[in-house]
Design a protein around this ligand. Structure first.
Ligand code: VG1
Ligand code: CO
Length: 544
């Protein structure tokens, strides 16, 4: 087996976005495209000799081919050992768990998360560092710089590795170890949650749940956890077999794309609890019987009830949320007397806060929540957290939320996405909005007055690094907010996200449809940014 040095020329579009490099499969299939980026990662992360890397993906189309290429490149670059998921599959949270558990230098996750898969779908590559979390911006920026000047990569000429049998084999001097991370992951969950109580709940006969894995990566983990270990009846996990194209679905757990689960939870004889996870297993949606929990509220409820869960019984160091996430968690944090941090969108910004023990729980409005147990958001962790709370409180999901709102008030919340719009038009819209920032303060829209307006900038409290241009915020004197930003995970044109939030302390007004209670702000958002004009769309493509 010989090491080949292959000459290449740079691709100029390998800038990692919110969560790694994400492109259409066909882009990654271009000769040298994947190799260039992987070599750029290897050239950036330091000396690989003697090191262990973790490698796996969400099982989408092109996962297997990419794993073989990366293994041969790792061997040629002097890596000592790669632990790779069985069949090349690892969920994002399991990868984070395994990086930490085995003191690996880092890991490569192959996923485009919630984007559709298949030959016409998307693919992605993400690097996580030794703390198990997504590479910080400084590192992804260095990878991008490297990718712009790369002129060769190294790869071993060798036959493919068998990924379907557990155990070790060799690629030249490198050990390839095929692992089953389901056990590692389950052990970690068992150390945090009261499995005995959750088992009692799930086998009591008067509580039913449905877990939708959306034919993505969590199937085997969920089946093992819920149906094997925790005693839930067979059939509790639906769409549990990971498929290369997610069964043609869009593995994003929200009310639009997880419609099969939504139909079950809002249908006749609905179960008590429903949950779904995304392509790579880091997102979650929580439903009660005929009831939807917004991700922002979910973070607030987990924060308020954390001490009911053994792993968090001693209380929380703090909580962190991404800027567009509603301020519901802030109210709980204030009540608990703990700090609440506001970070830019994307999990990489939580890593320093978790490492420095400034925050224990983190969450994003995009159906992501997690804690200091790993350095990624974690879909099944959130499901278990909810089950643990329900098992202790012995209340339906809806009642938990209603009592929460009674105590803290309700933050009505919605996100409106305009997908696949023309990039130039999207940039024009943002530029025009940007130009208005200095003039909005004090301006009145009906009964609402603008209190502040800015382009969100974040200074990391741990390392002092500054991230600018993270989204335009318009805040009103009554606490309501409108936020605009362009997606950093889309692959077609641009996606405009508009985040809307208002606060309602009066519990007699807690049962409104969010679209109705936010109607004034939806209109203001359009008036200020001329959304319909710039997008040529009458309404958003997705509302969550
Ligand atoms: C989206 C979400 C963001 C999330 C990111 C990755 O990014 O808004 O909150 O962290 O996806 O999630 P953007 O830039 O498109 O808004 V996942 O499940 O891809 O790892
Ligand atoms: Co994801």
């Amino acid at each position: 087996m010989s090491i080949r040095h292959i000459s290449t020329t740079p691709f100029l579009d390998q800038k990692p976005g919110t969560s790694g490099l994400r492109k259409a499969v066909t882009v990654f299939q271009q000769p040298h495209y994947l190799e260039n980026f992987v070599q750029s990662i290897f050239d950036t992360v330091g000396d690989l000799r003697g090191q262990t890397l973790i490698l796996g993906g969400d099982g989408r189309y092109y996962n297997r081919q990419a794993i073989q290429i990366i293994l041969k490149m790792a061997a040629a670059n002097g890596v000592a050992r790669v632990k790779v998921g069985l069949g090349g599959i690892l969920s994002t949270p399991a990868t984070s768990c395994v990086i930490r558990k085995y003191n690996a230098l880092g890991g490569i996750i192959l996923s485009a998360s919630h984007n559709p898969g298949g030959p016409e779908g998307d693919f992605g590559v993400k690097y996580n560092s030794s703390n198990g979390g997504p590479a910080p911006e400084k590192m992804t920026a260095a990878m991008f710089e490297r990718s712009k000047i790369i002129d060769h990569y190294k790869i071993l000429a060798a036959p493919d590795v068998n990924l379907d049998t557990l155990g070790e084999s060799k690629l030249a001097d490198m050990v390839v170890e095929v692992i089953d991370a389901v056990q590692d992951y389950e052990k970690l969950m068992e150390s945090l949650f009261d499995f005995g109580r959750i088992r009692e709940l799930l086998t009591s006969g008067n509580f039913r749940m449905c877990m939708d894995s959306m034919h993505a990566v969590t199937g085997p983990y969920a089946w093992n956890l819920f149906e094997q270990t925790l005693g839930a009846p067979k059939g509790t996990v639906i769409n549990g077999i990971p498929l290369e194209d997610f069964g043609g679905g869009h593995p994003d757990p929200n009310l639009v794309y997880a419609h099969e689960l939504v139909d079950i939870l809002f249908g006749e004889d609905a179960p008590d609890f429903g949950a779904a996870s995304d392509g790579d297993g880091d997102r979650n949606m929580i439903l009660g019987r005929k009831f939807f929990v917004t991700p922002s509220d979910s973070l607030a409820v987990l924060t308020a009830n954390a001490t009911l869960v053994p792993g968090y019984a001693d209380g929380l160091a703090g909580v962190a949320r991404s800027m567009p996430t509603s301020q519901a968690a802030d109210r709980v944090a204030a009540d608990l007397g703990i700090d609440c941090y506001e970070t830019p969108t994307g999990w990489k910004f939580f890593g320093n806060l978790l490492d420095a023990n400034k925050a224990t729980l983190c969450g994003e409005e995009s159906f992501g929540s997690g804690s200091n147990h790993i350095r990624e958001k974690d879909g099944l962790w959130a499901v278990l957290f909810w089950l643990n709370i329900l098992a202790v409180k012995q209340q339906p999901v809806e009642q938990v939320l209603k009592e929460h709102w009674q105590k803290y008030g309700r933050n009505y919340y919605s996100r409106h996405d305009y997908e696949a719009i023309d990039s130039d038009r999207a940039n024009q819209l943002m530029a025009k909005l940007h130009a208005q920032i200095p003039h909005l303060k004090g301006k009145k829209f009906g009964k609402y007055e603008v209190k502040y307006s800015d382009d969100f900038s974040y200074t990391d409290p741990v390392d002092g690094s500054i991230s600018e241009n993270q989204g335009i915020r318009i805040g009103f004197t009554d606490g309501s907010r409108i936020v605009y930003r362009l997606s950093g995970t889309g692959t077609q044109g641009a996606t405009l996200r508009i985040y809307l939030e208002s606060y309602e302390p009066d519990s007699s007004k807690h049962n409104l449809d969010p679209q109705q209670s936010l109607a004034d702000f939806i209109a203001i958002a359009d008036e200020v940014a001329q959304v319909r004009t710039f997008t040529s769309m009458e309404k958003p493509t997705v509302i969550t």
